[in-house]
Design a protein around this ligand. Structure first.
Ligand code: SF4
Length: 949
């Protein structure tokens, strides 16, 4: 690998560089140390960037494991085109790009530009997004360009526009530290934005007056720092915040001056709230929360000025997500609680560059640079700036609609970049059918194990994190450089380059002749300031020129950066202006002058009528399904699954149930369960198979499953297949938090753990071939450092000897069979090395005695096993070795059983556990789990002593 951008100093043997984490919307700065020898560069260490304002040196477990995900294995390295026999064949870039340009030109002529679409990702850099938006909307002339950010924060975008006249997040992370009350709504910050959670936790230590309220149907690890928890009924958020608005009005807690001077629509919003009974008892009943807790929350919010309400997917992923966002914003406007230090509604994005995508117009209802189709003059302004001939007349299809349009045959070509819609979209089985039917599917992707590749006619190998070079914008409007440090493997190329090459081949050389990402960024910055007149609402202010459109998003001073200035750019929050001495000045907080981007400068309160989820519960689907992220995985796992330690926190797909729901279905902890929904015709929707986790933090009648598993890591782990494609009417965001399912035991007559050396199965085909021969098979694949672990379960009585011989390349060298119990332990060797290891137990229950995978991993790495090791293999552990249990601390690989034993033997706090086991002492992501385990063990002790008394 060659150095792309020699950082800081020319050709050093060791040098340092800074970049940005590619995972969540916190957007942490990362410092890396690089080592260069004759012809390669590698990252030798990685830590948090102490100078980055988002994290001040912290990283969570995912960020700190980034270097473990960089291997070239499993990367796409050559363009491929599917031949007439349906086989993907490697081709040159020339061939692939010529083919795409020719097919696009042909479709434009025959069916019009609107027959072509793009589906992008919040993983793309702003420069990639910008070129895509320009090519599709400006030159191909199609509005059908949308992004997976639609699944994440589209409802918040519309709520912002309705309230503020612009998609503008008022707050900064610093506001969490300056607040007196922080309300987390629909956000498990501890797992999904861990560094922000750590900042909030520290703020609580530093300011004993800071109170934290968690509002979420589930008791999550974020409750570790909560002073008050409201476990509300799923979907009742708008009712809760409408009730708060009425409470503030009834108790004289409105900011009448602020409302009068700076807002409009308050009376209508309050009237809408009062359409339902606004007594505390009625609201508590409807939201299914304790009335005293409800009143405490209302009192705290109403009486405190410095309140931040941080909301995320729990609010957004709903058929009424936009209204829920506005119900929250209404309360802030009514109390004058924004535009101040420590105050404001704060939407946190899931992805690292969801906001960058919004800046360039990466959503189908946006045009570019915070302009939309509805704004008079916007189409003309953008068309003139780009010198673009084909600006569409109106908005395009939003993600779910887009795939429906493909299904109907209206879209003939789709270019997918950096996302895996075959897994991540709701109703994903239908999405797969649409992809299969689409005449031309182009997939730009880094990893070979993306399920969407199965539907690609053209595959374009893309650069990945540490290779990509450009900018991202995090949840607090902070633009940071993500730097290209390593060269992409093989023929992989940047996404912006792929798009620009197609543009040039379609005849638009001048528009797409970029010399690099800095040239794209400068153009993007210039567009943000192009005829962008600063808001003027004061009496006597001049009217805007007819061709001007005022936008809050303005980074025009950054258009003056030369290549060196761009390379050296430090994180800066938009809008950006020049100071008196010419220095660049960012904006910490918006609306401090209470001037908004609406025609009259006033913020709008929006009347909200609460609605419950649209996916209906029924006798066949009596359980409310909640989907979400887990601590150590990202999206559909194509990247995080490459780190063995990240795989061990939750190794298999799981379903969390309340104890009574589990008992009613005969489900035990660790058993296998099957989930299914129902489609509109009453047919079965989805088939999700997972381990049962019984949790008192789950409300009765509701279940939670993770969203991550794809077909390369589990046989039946696709959460999206269970969900209907129902969306919010304003934002188009799917209702992914409110499915309807039932859960039942998975019929199985045996369970097994299979460990195999890497490379025994060459690819997914070998795995699929082996699994098809096992009846009713469930499998989960868990890559480890020296082996690949599979958890299997199925029906019937497989002939294991024959199966091993057929699929595991060498015959068993050790074999033990318990004929009466139906159990088998076996291992295979090649030239003395352990090649595979298998343990089968009969019955539906998982064996109590799990193998010691860490020790077996050492056996797989060993050239020569000792006699003792070989003798112990069939037992799966050395005599006396303890089971460590589920991994809690991924950094130091400390398991739950080890931690519980330490607590029982006297380490009765998190600090003592850290001192003894080192758990929780590195990135801190597991601290909430450690605290929970301490509390559980100590409450068990109290129960035991009470019973003895
Ligand atoms: S919190 Fe973790 S995943 Fe998110 S940006 Fe920071 S290091 Fe990356």
């Amino acid at each position: 690998m060659q150095v792309r951008n020699p950082p800081d100093a020319p050709q050093p043997a060791r040098c340092r560089a800074t970049t940005t984490c590619p995972y969540c919307g916190v957007g942490c700065g990362v410092a890396v140390e690089l080592e260069q020898d004759q012809d390669s560069v590698r990252i030798v260490s990685l830590s948090g960037d102490v100078a980055h304002p988002a994290n001040h040196g912290r990283l969570c477990v995912k960020g700190s494991a980034l270097a473990e995900t960089l291997s070239a294995d499993g990367r796409l390295t050559m363009p491929q085109v599917r031949d007439e026999a349906g086989v993907l064949r490697e081709v040159s870039w020339e061939t692939a790009l010529d083919l795409i340009a020719a097919r696009f030109a042909d479709l434009s002529r025959t069916h019009g530009g609107e027959s072509i679409a793009a589906y992008l990702s919040g993983q793309l850099l702003t420069e990639d997004y910008y070129v895509a938006n320009k090519l599709f909307k400006g030159f191909i002339g199609t509005p059908h360009l949308d992004t997976n950010s639609r699944l994440c924060m589209a409802s918040a975008v519309v709520a912002h526009k309705r309230a503020f006249g612009a998609d503008a997040v008022p707050c900064s992370y610093e506001d969490l530290e300056r607040a007196e009350l922080v309300v987390l709504v629909g956000s498990n910050l501890a797992w999904n934005h861990p560094v922000l959670f750590q900042r909030l936790k520290q703020a609580r230590i530093d300011n004993p007056l800071l109170r934290i309220v968690v509002i979420d149907p589930r008791v999550t690890d974020s409750c570790e720092i909560a002073d008050l928890y409201l476990g509300l009924r799923p979907g009742s958020d708008a009712r809760l915040f409408n009730g708060l608005l009425a409470y503030m009005a009834d108790r004289g807690r409105l900011d009448r001056l602020y409302l009068k001077a700076h807002t409009q629509g308050f009376d209508a919003a309050l009237k809408a709230a009062r359409r339902e009974d606004c007594s505390l008892a009625a609201i508590a009943r409807d939201c299914d929360v304790d009335v005293e807790r409800l009143e405490t929350f209302y009192y705290w919010f109403a009486t405190q000025l410095h309140v931040v309400t941080l909301f995320s997917q729990g609010v957004n992923q709903s058929t009424s997500g936009t209204d829920k966002g506005n119900a929250i914003i209404n309360c802030h406007l009514a109390g004058g609680k924004l535009g101040l230090p420590g105050a404001g509604p704060f939407s946190i994005t899931g992805q690292p560059n969801a906001m960058g995508g919004r800046e360039v117009g990466g959503l189908a209802n946006q045009l570019a640079a915070h302009m939309d189709y509805e704004t008079p003059g916007a189409r003309e302004l953008v068309g003139e700036f780009w010198n673009a001939p084909n600006i569409p007349q109106g908005p395009g299809h939003k993600a779910v609609e887009l795939f429906a349009a493909i299904e109907r045959g209206e879209i003939q070509a789709l270019w997918i970049m950096a996302t895996n819609p075959a897994v991540s979209l709701p109703d994903s089985t239908r999405v797969r059918a649409a992809l299969a039917a689409c005449p031309l599917v182009i997939v730009s992707e880094c990893m070979a194990d993306s399920d969407t590749l199965a539907y690609a006619d053209v595959v374009l190998p893309a650069s990945s994190w540490s290779e990509k070079d450009g900018t991202v914008t995090n949840s607090e409007r902070c633009i940071s450089r993500q730097r290209g440090l390593l060269a992409p493997p093989g023929e992989a190329r940047h996404d912006w380059w792929q798009l620009a090459e197609v543009g040039k081949r379609m005849g638009y050389q001048a528009a797409f002749g970029y010399s690099g990402p800095h040239a794209i960024f400068r153009e993007h910055a210039r567009l943000s300031g192009f005829r962008n007149v600063a808001p003027r609402h004061k009496a006597g202010s001049k009217p805007l020129a007819a061709s001007s459109i005022r936008r809050l998003f303005n980074i025009a001073p950054l258009a003056e950066l030369d290549r060196e200035g761009y390379d050296a750019l430090r994180p800066i929050q938009w809008p950006v202006r020049r100071g008196e001495k010419g220095e660049l000045i960012g904006t910490l907080r918006l609306f401090e002058d209470a001037t908004f981007n609406t025609p009259n400068g006033r913020a709008r309160l929006v009347p909200v009528t609460p609605q419950l989820p649209h996916q209906a519960l029924s006798d066949a689907t009596p359980l409310r399904l909640n989907t979400g992220r887990i601590r150590d995985q990202w999206h559909t796992m194509t990247r995080t699954a490459r780190s063995a330690r990240l795989m061990n926190h939750r190794a298999e797909p799981f379903v969390e149930l309340h104890p009574q729901d589990a008992a009613a279905r005969g489900l035990q902890e660790g058993a296998l369960a099957q989930l299914a929904g129902r489609d509109e015709q009453g047919g079965v929707r989805g088939d999700y198979r997972a381990r049962v986790r019984i949790s008192h933090g789950q409300r009765q009648g509701e279940v939670f499953i993770p969203m991550h598993w794809n077909d390369h890591f589990a046989s039946h782990g696709r959460a999206g297949a269970l969900l209907a494609g129902l969306v919010d009417p304003f934002s188009g965001q799917p209702e992914s938090k409110h499915g309807a399912v039932d859960v039942m035991p998975l019929p199985c007559e045996w369970q097994a753990t299979l460990l195999i050396a890497p490379g025994v199965w060459g690819g997914h085909e070998d795995l699929a071939g082996a699994m098809t021969e096992l009846e009713g098979c469930y499998w989960a694949r868990i890559p480890q450092a020296t082996l690949v672990r599979y958890q299997l379960a199925g029906e019937g009585q497989p002939d294991w000897a024959l199966w091993c011989e057929r699929h595991l390349s060498v015959q068993a060298g050790l074999w033990a069979q318990d004929v009466a119990q139906g159990g088998i332990s076996a291992a295979g060797f090649r030239e003395g090395r352990l090649i595979w290891w298998l343990k089968v137990t009969a019955g539906a229950a998982r064996s109590d005695r799990q193998p010691n995978i860490a020790w077996l991993g050492e056996c797989f790495a060993s050239d020569q096993l000792s006699a003792l090791e070989r003798r112990s293999l069939l037992a799966g552990r050395l005599s006396g070795q303890a089971d460590v249990g589920t991994m809690v601390c991924a950094c130091h690989q400390v398991g739950e059983l080890t931690i519980r034993q330490a607590i029982q033997s006297g380490d009765r706090c998190v600090e003592a556990l850290g001192a003894r086991l080192a758990c929780g002492t590195r990135c801190g992501s597991c601290l909430p789990e450690l605290k929970r385990l301490v509390e559980e063990e100590r409450s068990d002790e109290r129960t035991d002593s009470l019973e003895m008394a």
